[in-house]
Design a protein around this ligand. Structure first.
Ligand code: PLP
Length: 345
């Protein structure tokens, strides 16, 4: 047996409870299908496969820059936004340093803390699911992670709290906007572009429908981005993924927007149906609903037995047990509701 790294002994592999289900609402991906440009872009990129991709995805950085009127050097990319966040932590923290983050939030964040030897400091969200700016700043952490709209609650942070943390933090502030396409107008891109210490991260995995290709990005000051790119290393975005992401970004913006609007309307319809069942979902700015429900784990297991996969959480800070239900086309929601009704009995 090879001697193990002591701090890695209790790190589990990421494996949420899952079994192949006909209806899978567990990962908040785009359930409305494949963006129209993907197939053609995919085939056009096949000839690039024998060679390495470009080191740091320059075409994608240019396309992202054009999409928001910024400069390519303000962008970093990665193998999903997971990779961008993980690289940013490595870039700015030494093992033993503190990472503060809102709680509850994206499950990978405490895991990235462990993998990078960091001291995780969860800071509970307020009673209205906002970031507790005072408490986050009081940690003195060199990196603070915020997420808006937040996974798993679905709630959005207030501009006031985000801006205060961004302006007063002593170090890097990561603002994870994986779900912002479902809440247009709530983004913090202006902060990332104006302040030297803010990195906003985004993904092609949710509204953009490219989760299988693993493409994420971040925007921040060129000096900050250069550090993240060092930690990230080259070749993290494959040539095929880069080509397809560029094409979807430039050609399929209307499709993405329309599907996001559809998701929001299905979400609110689903909320109504849940209310009729006596369940009260949290306010959501994302493509899923968080439904507090004692015994959620057992309910999710019964739903899986009925071929519907939703994500269950246990004893979440400020929420308790809860089901997180991803939103897709209404017929899928009807199937999920039928399974839920039977599983609540
Ligand atoms: C809040 C949040 N951030 C980041 C990610 C990672 O997305 P990806 O690595 O696919 O870009 C997810 C995925 O579920 C998420 O929920």
């Amino acid at each position: 047996m090879i001697p193990q790294r002591a701090s890695y002994r209790d790190i589990p592999l990421y494996a949420p409870p899952k079994r192949p289900c006909r209806v899978d609402l567990s990962d908040n991906t785009n359930l409305f299908g494949v963006p129209p440009s993907v197939e053609r872009a995919f085939h056009a990129a096949v000839s690039r496969v024998p060679r390495y991709p470009q080191g740091y995805a320059p075409d994608l950085r240019r396309a992202l820059a054009a999409s928001i009127g910024a400069r390519p050097e303000e962008f970093t990319t990665g193998c999903g936004s997971d990779d961008v966040i993980d690289s940013a932590l490595r870039a700015f923290l030494e093992p033993g340093d503190t990472l503060a983050f809102q709680d509850p939030t994206f499950v990978m964040v405490p895991l990235f803390a462990k993998v990078n030897g960091l001291r995780p400091v969860p800071v509970p969200l307020t009673a209205t699911f906002d970031a507790d700016a005072d408490a986050l700043l009081a940690t003195g952490a060199k990196v603070i992670y915020l997420c808006s709209p937040n996974n798993p609650t679905g709630t959005a942070l207030s501009r006031d709290a985000v801006e205060r943390v961004a302006r007063e933090a002593p170090g890097l502030v990561i603002i994870d906007e994986a779900y912002v396409d479902f809440a247009p107008g709530t983004d913090a891109l202006d902060l990332a572009r104006a302040l030297p210490n803010v990195l906003v991260t985004r993904t092609f995995s949710k509204a953009f429908g490219l989760a299988g290709l693993r493409v994420g990005w971040g925007v921040g000051s060129p000096a900050l981005v250069a550090e993240v790119e060092k930690a990230r290393g080259p070749y993290k975005v494959t040539s095929v993924a880069e080509a397809v992401a560029c094409e979807v970004l430039t050609k399929d913006a209307d499709w993405v927007r329309a599907r996001a609007e559809e998701a929001v309307s299905c979400r609110e319809r689903l909320r109504g149906e849940l209310t009729a069942l006596g369940l009260s979902a949290l306010p959501s700015a994302a493509n899923f609903l968080m439904v507090p429900l004692p015994g959620a784990l057992a309910v999710a297991e019964r739903m899986r037995a009925r071929d519907v996969n939703v994500r269950a959480f246990q004893a979440l800070t400020g929420v308790g047990d809860a089901l997180r239900i991803g939103v897709g086309p209404w017929p899928l929601m009807e199937t999920a509701l039928a399974a839920l009704r039977e599983s609540l009995r």
